[in-house]
Design a protein around this ligand. Sequence first.
Ligand code: ZN
Ligand code: ZN
Ligand code: ZN
Length: 107
Amino acid sequence: MCHNIVYGRLHQPCGCFIPMSTEKHDCNSPRCVFSTSHPPGCRSRACENMMNVPRQVPIRRSPVNCPDCARDKGERARLNALKEAWRAQGSPPQTPAGAGGVSTWSG
Ligand SMILES: [Zn+2]
Ligand SMILES: [Zn+2]
Ligand SMILES: [Zn+2]
């Protein structure tokens, strides 16, 4: 199953990950519609038509809060705590976007 690899900057105090660019990891399976090994004309419903959750790879680490969190520290810290609680329960508050047309972010 293919997935996107998201490179970005991790802000260590707030734990926010700011995406900088994405890259597709090809699983090379002919049964996966996202793979370059998949036959272009294939319409089999048995083929994988979902991408796996993107993997975040921090290529930079920042010792300071991200701009958002620097602005409203208290609120974001509270949200992060909530997010952690969700994660601990194994039910994420939101489903990540799958295959997107976005390949790069600027900023
Ligand atoms: Zn794949
Ligand atoms: Zn942040
Ligand atoms: Zn197929």
